[in-house]
Write a protein that binds this ligand. Sequence first.
Ligand code: SF4
Length: 375
Amino acid sequence: MSIRPWRDITRRQSRQIMVGNVPVGGDAPVTVQTMTNTLTTDVKGTIDQIRRCEEAGVDIIRVSCPDEESTVALKQIVRAARVPIVADIHFHYKRALEAADAGAACLRINPGNIGSAARVQEVVNAAKANGCAIRIGVNGGSLEKDLLEKYGEPCPEALVESALDHIKLLQDADFHEYKVAVKASDQFLAVAAYQQLAEVVDCPLHLGITEAGGLIAGTVKSAIGIGSLLWFGIGDTIRVSLSAEPEEEVRVGYEILKALGIRTRGVRVVSCPSCARQGFDVIRTVEKLEDRLKHISTPLSLSVLGCVVNGPGEARETDIGVTGGGNGKHMIYLSGVTDHTIDDDAMVDHVVKLVEAKAAEMEAAKAAAEVQAAE
Ligand code: SF4
């Protein structure tokens, strides 16, 4: 389907950097990140969590390195991960040196927090020697004292000034492979800060509404904050911060991108809220289908509507559709066309099989097209 003018998002043109083998910025797809919450020294637990995030489609994962034991563990974690790892350093520059040597693709460190220019230069040298990017992460909750005194409270200008101060330290050390975040738990503050920053820098921007809350409240807040910025064309990589498992953050990240039509992954379910007209239990059916179709990464659409009021119309716009009918028999649509009926008790298994078959067919067609293009 072609992009209609009222759907078009003009993306801010940023400079592209590489985080491992993943491009961030420029015309690269907006990437989805998360962060592990296991002890980094628990190598197996951390790798298991990274696997679950990889299955959910994560592009880049951040891992905390608060001590030397963690940077030792990081080496094994980096080797096992299929996606680039960002080492979260915060204050101790030696952890940054160790993490760069351990194979981190990016260091999350604020150069203004680590002391002298000589230390910044050491970190930059280690990043350059190991092909690491750096992510500057300004946070409304931990702004520098002098900026708080100057501005009186965390405000967009203070976040931007902090970011520019950190950026200058990297530029003075002749380092340019960086991306920047100016996060705040207040989405109004974060959005205003990102908008101001986007006007004055050309580096990629890492978006986030920090400490957004639990799964539902945090998702809504992140969708408003991150979603608004992406809608304005601002943002090259995102991390949704939820008090929920990291793989949930990845799923929510993709849902934000999917809702804006920026990136697609997996099954996009169109479903009704249900009402007395429903021919089957829509809510339970959608729950089961979402759970059983989590493993599908091929972008395709599925409509699940309780009755014929809106069912045929939505089914026309989706790859596979099901609409509740009478007598425990429901209508199945394939590529928008009425195809066959299915009994109520067999419906979920049947739809899962149809989606899996459609995904396999689409993957095969894509592979064939790639082979043809290469010839
Ligand atoms: S599609 Fe049918 S069952 Fe679903 S909400 Fe609309 S009228 Fe109710």
